[in-house]
Ligand binder design. Structure first.
Ligand code: UT7
Length: 329
């Protein structure tokens, strides 16, 4: 057990105003509200509109909200980690842009790329910085403008994703609260089940890659669904067992919001009733790195200090994992 713990002392979110409903998608691709709701649980998602607005625009706003909630001045932040797969640029990191704009002049900043598990990986890494004594306060942000890599003529992917950002302030405490444990996994996706084919060093952008629509997200939905259902349920149970947690001791499951059926399977495996599961996929769709901190924001007023939370995700990479967190606010 560490002698310093990392607790969440503030949270904040940013959601774009534009609501893309299933109804509107019906006019864009051959789909229908009934199919989308029954297969995914999604009713609507938010889309960031506006020329020149990228992921940093949302991340900055979520960060400021989290700082305000924590009562923390930006100068107190030692490090900023932005989890994203839709950075403003390949470099500089989106975290660097956020650092400048929020005035966190004493922080170093970097992005972390682990797709839908990005926020969990960033949170555990931020926690490690604090537990090591190297940092006192770390800002961890999950932000993705998924609409920037979605093909809105492809019905198999365009119905799934939305844009959002949410952030937490992690701070050092000697109380046994905050991040208690985590288990993370990776299984390199050489089969390309979930990826963005071009734009990287293997296939740099060209006229042909644009024509071939290779800058959009591609997913073998069925294959990822199978892996995600097992991966997320297994790791959630694994962290409960490792920490001797019975279902009645878990206050909330905070799952990545990719598909309601994956969330339900995870809760069943953990032996949790549905009323202990945070679900907002119906309103926001899959916002990749932002889903888990968005849930924390939406359930903030129902959380009590000391509540045992299990945060779980599965995503591209392939990456998956769980964090056992004792609520610290
Ligand atoms: O967050 C990152 C990790 N990602 C995930 O965890 C996502 C995992 N995958 C999934 O959530 C699901 O696989 C999807 C929601 C993407 C798809 O649901 P599914 O139940 O696996 O559907 P399917 O791909 O097996 O497709 C069933 C049928 C197909 O038609 P046929 O071949 O049976 O005639 C599709 O063409 O549904 C069709 N279909 C649609 N129909 C209406 C696919 N997309 C749509 C659509 N509207 N939007």
């Amino acid at each position: 057990m560490p002698s310093i713990f990392a607790k969440i002392s503030g949270i904040g979110k940013y959601l774009p105003d534009y609501v893309l409903t299933n109804k509107e998608l019906e006019s864009m691709v051959e789909t229908n509200d009934e199919w989308i709701q029954s297969r995914t649980g999604i009713r609507e998602r938010r889309i960031l509109k506006g020329e020149g607005l990228g992921t940093s625009y949302m991340a900055e706003r979520a960060a400021n909200a989290a700082l305000e909630d924590a009562g923390t001045a930006p100068e107190e932040i030692d490090a900023i980690i932005v989890a994203t797969v839709t950075p403003d640029y390949f470099f500089p990191a989106t975290a660097c842009l956020v650092q400048k704009r929020i005035g966190a002049k004493n922080a170093y900043a970097f992005d972390l790329s682990a797709a839908c598990s990005g926020f969990l990986f960033a949170l555990s890494n931020g926690g490690n910085l604090i537990e090591s004594g190297r940092a006192k306060k770390v800002l961890v942000i999950g932000a993705d403008k998924m609409s920037s890599i979605i093909d809105y003529t492809d019905r198999t992917t365009c119905i799934l994703f939305g844009d959002a950002a949410a952030a937490v302030v992690l701070e050092a405490t000697d109380e046994e609260i905050g991040i208690i444990d985590y288990i993370h996994h990776t299984d390199g996706d050489e089969e390309c089940m979930l990826y963005q084919p071009a734009g990287g060093s293997v296939k740099p952008a060209s006229e042909q890659t644009v024509k071939d629509k290779l800058h959009y997200l591609r997913q073998d939905g069925r294959a990822v669904f199978k892996k995600a259902t097992h991966g997320m349920a297994d790791v959630s149970l694994e962290i409960m067992k490792k920490n001797n947690l019975e279902p009645e001791q878990v206050a909330w499951l905070v799952p990545h919001q990719a598909n309601l059926r994956i969330i339900d399977a995870t809760a069943r495996r953990m032996g949790l009733d549905k009323d202990k599961v945070m679900i907002n996929i119906d309103r926001y769709g899959n916002t990749t790195s932002a889903t888990i901190p968005l849930c924390l924001c939406d359930w903030d007023d129902q959380l009590t200090k000391g509540d045992n939370l299990i945060l779980s995700a599965f995503g591209g990479g392939l990456t998956w994992g769980s964090i056992y967190l004792k609520w610290g606010k």
